[in-house]
Design a protein around this ligand. Structure first.
Ligand code: ZN
Length: 235
């Protein structure tokens, strides 16, 4: 609250640090170019935006069972990573919902729950108050977005967590610009958040796809800024 009893403009700000995990960094099974540079920029952003001005910081982590649907190896030796398969319709693991058939890109095995590859990268500076949020935990469906599974059938629960902290504006950073950041931003916009994306704090699987993804995020209403200093001027 300020002296007039209004909430400070930053009181409702959340930061979503997406998938800054060992397997997505150099030496990992699904290394993304310049991931460490993005992590260094996220650290810089955290220093520029004071912690007491932020309602909640969430670190997300891709966190898969060993035979996850998104792993090429799950589908046999003849199936190569980076091909696309059709996943048949089936009930969720808790049998509560029916998920539709959908396409899934296959990846090398990555971010298996409980392994070092799934840990947050040690260069990511944390203050201990962040909430760690696992996604992609169900065996038969992937979750690029931190808000929904890839069939958009079930909420992950993140929206409830952010709402309970009164977060209405969300800074999205992390890995990868063209995959999990992109899908998370689209869903955040759909859910009514004001979304800010800081490009230097993101790293892309494909630079070409990232350019298209960022343009689409902007077209859908996201505010895209180059770096932490530009972000501070915006908020
Ligand atoms: Zn994954």
């Amino acid at each position: 609250m300020d002296q007039h009893g209004h909430e400070s403009v930053m009181d409702n700000l959340g930061i979503l640090v997406i998938d800054c995990q060992n397997d997505f960094c150099e030496g990992g099974s699904l290394a993304v170019p310049h991931a460490e540079r993005a992590i260094a920029q996220i650290n810089a952003l955290r220093r520029v935006v004071p912690r007491d001005k932020v309602s909640l910081v969430v670190t997300t982590a891709d966190y898969h069972p060993p035979r996850h649907v998104s792993f090429a190896a799950t589908h046999g030796d003849a199936v190569a990573p980076f091909t696309t398969i059709q996943v048949p319709a089936r009930r969720s693991d808790d049998a509560e919902v029916q998920r539709p058939a959908h396409e899934q890109i296959l990846w090398p095995q990555h971010c298996v729950a409980g392994t070092k590859g799934a840990d947050l990268h040690p260069a990511l500076e944390l203050d201990g108050a962040e909430l760690l949020f696992h996604k992609g935990v169900e065996e038969h469906v992937d979750a690029y977005s931190a808000f929904f599974d890839n069939t958009r059938t079930l909420h992950t629960g993140l929206h409830d967590v952010l709402s309970s902290h009164k977060v209405t504006r969300l800074v999205c950073v992390g890995i990868a610009t063209d995959v999990c950041v992109y899908e998370t931003v689209k869903h955040a916009l759909e859910l009514g958040y004001q979304v800010l994306v800081v490009t230097e704090c993101c790293a892309a699987v494909s630079e070409e796809n990232a350019r298209a993804a960022l343009a689409d995020m902007q077209a859908r209403g996201a505010i895209v800024v180059p770096d932490a200093n530009a972000l501070v001027q915006t908020i």
